[in-house]
Design a protein around this ligand. Structure first.
Ligand code: DI6
Ligand code: FE
Length: 400
């Protein structure tokens, strides 16, 4: 009779993350996999027979990591803007002077699909090397129909080129391109919505995102994009309350958004709306760090309201040139005073939830077999070290 388990990971400490409040630790545990699914979890002593066994020698198993907010497809880089900011310019001043997002837009428009893919793969490879198995990737540096589609095709190709699951978000409402300066409404009607239709028709869109901010789009403009997303039955999410409070989180919650992201300027009203709607908070310490923000997202109030908190790299060439989810975990603890357990939940269980994925993010029978095996004893070590990658092995969809 063939064994029911293809692959058994045994003699491991397992952080199952199967409750929101703890690591869900199993000290001498084992995880049984069949095909691409977890079939069994329990004490190593009780483990069933398996075709193949990996002895983990006491190493830690966690769910594979999930980066639920990234902009890894783009052309060029913004090192010069980094220099400008070091000479005193703010992020908003750089954006208003034609730099910022818009300068990445020019570089992205002039890049070929192959060039965009090559750049994105360098960043994805850094993520894979740290045990990441799912990455959300946004468009938003094209801001014309053709380039938005090109970015999303590149995002899909990443998943074909590498063992990683890519979830795409259409971010046509990211910035106003120079040819529409002063005409944000016309941009929404003539480019953003037609681009969304075209991308959706090609099967390129898993969710719709926007940037609600003084230097980007108003709540009314975002609402029009979200109405259109709803008509296509696509879930929504929003960059909200990053540099000021326009009520973006409340708007997002009113559309049942998967997440509201950034949230440094979030107020009590926004928190209550998110809690009621079940909208997750995605916190982005890399952007906070890079922009040297001083206003912290209201972590304590989010925690108290029971809003699930995810954390992500926001990997992008301007406000967060960060591809390390492990460093993001450290920053979430050191800068935002999140606990190491919250940081790990934020890149596993709560990151899955922020993407609307219920088949991953914790270790339990029936879940996808996306796991990371680490050379650490205790899960707090993942957030504790800086610039140190203790990965031993990554398993994606049951494949080691
Ligand atoms: N907020 C961000 O942090 C990124 N986009 C956004 O809306 C930054 C994008 C960039 O500066 O290129
Ligand atoms: Fe972002």
């Amino acid at each position: 009779m063939p064994a029911e388990i293809d692959l058994l990971l045994t003699s491991a400490r397992v952080a199952t993350m199967n409750s929101g409040e703890s690591y869900g630790l199993l000290d001498s545990g084992a995880v049984g996999i069949r095909g691409s699914e977890i079939r069994w979890i329990g004490e190593a002593a009780d483990a069933p027979a398996a075709r193949r066994t990996i002895q983990c020698d006491g190493r830690l198993i966690t769910p594979a990591l999930i980066d639920c907010h990234s902009h890894i497809v783009f052309g060029g880089n913004r090192a010069q803007e980094f220099e400008m900011r070091l000479q005193g310019a703010t992020y908003e001043e750089v954006a208003r002077a034609g730099g910022g997002i818009v300068s990445t837009v020019s570089a992205t428009r002039s890049a070929t699909e192959a060039e965009l893919l090559a750049g994105a793969l360098t960043r994805i490879d850094a993520m894979i090397a740290e045990g990441v198995a799912t990455v959300e990737v946004k468009s938003g540096y094209g801001l014309d129909i053709e380039t938005e589609l090109r970015m999303l095709r590149v995002a899909r190709r990443i998943g074909a080129e590498r063992p990683i699951d890519i979830r795409t978000s259409f971010l046509g409402a990211h910035a106003i391109p120079p040819e529409y300066a002063g005409s944000a409404d016309a941009y929404i009607d003539q480019v953003c919505i037609p681009a969304l239709d075209a991308a959706h028709a090609e099967g390129l869109v898993d969710a719709v995102d926007g940037f609600c901010e003084g230097i980007a789009f108003s709540t009314d403009q975002i609402a029009r994009v979200f109405d259109h997303a709803k008509s296509l039955r696509l879930p929504v999410k929003l960059h909200a309350e990053q540099l000021s409070n326009l009520g973006g989180a409340k708007l997002a919650a009113s559309y049942g958004a998967l997440s509201a992201d950034h949230l440094e300027y979030l107020d009590d009203d926004g928190i209550a709306a998110m809690a009621q709607a079940g909208t997750s908070a995605v916190l982005l310490p890399g952007a906070f760090y890079t922009l040297r923000e001083t206003r912290l997202p209201p972590i304590g109030a989010l925690r108290k309201a029971g809003v699930p908190m995810a954390i992500a790299t926001d990997c992008n060439p301007g406000s967060s040139p960060l591809a390390s989810l492990l460093l993001t975990m450290n920053m979430a603890c050191t800068l935002f005073r999140m606990t190491p357990q919250e940081a790990l939940s934020g890149v596993t269980r709560n990151a899955a939830r922020a993407l609307g994925l219920n088949d991953r993010g914790f270790v339990a029978p029936g879940m996808r077999a996306d796991l990371a095996i680490w050379n650490v004893e205790h899960p707090a070590e993942l957030a504790y070290r800086i610039g140190f990658n203790p990965i031993h092995q990554r398993i994606v969809g049951g494949r080691s």
